[in-house]
Design a protein around this ligand. Structure first.
Ligand code: GAL
Length: 418
């Protein structure tokens, strides 16, 4: 055999034995998962991609809630150089697809039976004109309260179940020298607490009429004034140094016992988990006051951009496939604090908070208690969301909080963005 032939047949042999190595590509992934628990979760995906021979190019843009990440993504996309995958959520997925940036994932979805694995309400969000352009990663519940049980005990209070119980407990905690509510003064965090109070005051039906359907009769109503009034009361238990504080620093205040409670989505649980703490013993998770049985959902997802390089396209498809595999769904969500987006998963290895979350998720989907989070982009477009953030944050920062005026401003702002 000539040396050329020998080389060719050796190449053919190695190619047939090692298809992954031949098709190895690079996958650049934009996300904002830089806090302790988030970073552990993201590392799980990186490891699984590298185990398949691909190269992971991390495109992390710090900033809770992802506003900074979305700004950077727009710049990259406009200059014709988007990443392979980006954390884009909710209705924004369609906006990006409409502009022609996203790729069709139907072949991966069909081969791996996504339509059978994912709840239809979530699958719909991942599709544009009936075609998959994004892959869902998890389900976060947003309406949680996290608490330090030692601090509650020191102040002689129980975990509050209603807003009135919250005020009574918070007064006692304050008197005992603790910060009742850990919070970071950033628009998305303000909106996260506002959303929990809105659900408690309005209930899921009126919440959806206001924040999903944008029904002006509910937005511009005495009920909304009550939401702002209760929200002002809740926020009065935040310490004066909250401005600009990151959400995970607020969680750390609860962990250290400086503050008693935090109202935050279950990515906060990722911080408790990363600190080696056990729910029920070292910290408590419970529905945000007044929202028992209700579930504000926030689904993380990667939208996939059009790529020219064939190897990188293959890596992108492998990324999409891997995300919905049971192994990834378990490891990632245990670190992230969320629950799997697949409803057929064995939850026995998950902690008590996640098990409760999955149970409430399934039950609330049947009884009407399941509503999308507007603070996290699942209920409305980023335009409307931005308008709500402005009104809510101005209200928080105002020395003279006027619920009636804030309600008028909210109505005008939402109307302007529709
Ligand atoms: C949410 C996102 C979560 C978590 C959180 C804090 O919007 O869905 O995955 O990262 O922000 O950054």
């Amino acid at each position: 055999m000539s040396s050329i032939k020998r080389t060719l047949s050796a190449f053919a042999l190695s190619a047939s034995l090692l298809p992954a190595a031949v098709q190895a590509g690079e996958v650049e992934v934009l996300h904002w998962w830089t806090a302790g628990g988030e970073a552990r979760a993201a590392a799980a995906l990186k490891d699984m991609m590298e185990a398949q021979g691909h190269t992971w190019k991390d495109f992390a843009v710090a900033g809770g809630g992802g506003e900074a990440a979305m700004t950077v993504l727009k710049t990259r996309a406009v200059s014709g150089n988007p990443p392979a995958a980006a954390q884009i959520k909710g209705l924004d997925i369609r906006e990006w697809a409409k502009l022609g940036f996203l790729t069709n994932l139907d072949d991966v979805a069909e081969a791996n039976h996504w339509d059978q694995l994912i709840p239809p309400v979530i699958a719909d969000v991942m599709k544009y004109e009936g075609h998959y352009v994004a892959v869902p990663i998890n389900v976060h519940r947003v309406n949680w309260i996290w608490a330090n049980p030692d601090v509650l005990k020191q102040a002689g209070v129980e975990l509050p179940r209603t807003l009135d119980e919250f005020y009574a407990a918070a007064d006692k905690l304050k008197a005992a020298g603790y910060i009742p509510l850990a919070h970071g003064g950033q628009p998305w965090q303000d909106a996260t607490v506002f959303e929990a109070v809105a659900l408690a005051v309005m209930g899921p039906e009126d919440y959806a009429r206001a924040f999903v359907e944008h029904d002006m009769a509910v937005i511009n109503s005495p009920l909304m004034e009550t939401v702002f009034a209760e929200f002002a009361k809740v926020m009065s238990y935040v310490d004066p140094n909250a401005a600009g504080r990151d959400w995970n620093s607020a969680t750390a205040m609860v962990i250290r016992g400086e503050a008693a409670m935090q109202i935050m989505g279950d990515w906060a649980k990722g911080e408790f988990t990363a600190a080696g703490l056990t729910p029920g013993k070292d910290y408590i998770c419970a529905p945000a006051p007044g929202t028992d049985g209700e579930f504000t959902f926030n689904v993380d997802s990667f939208a996939m951009f059009r790529l020219n390089d064939e190897d990188n396209s293959q890596a992108q498809k492998d990324l999409a496939r891997t995300i919905l595999e049971p192994e990834f769904q378990t490891v990632f969500n245990q670190a992230k604090g969320s629950i799997p987006v697949r409803t057929d998963m064995d939850m026995s290895g998950f902690d008590a908070c996640a098990q409760a979350s999955m149970e409430t998720f399934k039950r609330s989907a049947q009884d009407g208690g399941l509503v999308p989070s507007f603070a996290h982009g699942l209920a409305t477009t980023s335009y409307v969301q931005g308008q709500i953030f402005d009104v809510v944050t101005n209200f928080v920062n105002s020395d003279n909080k006027d619920p009636a005026r804030a309600t008028d401003q909210l109505a005008a702002a939402i109307q302007a963005a529709l």
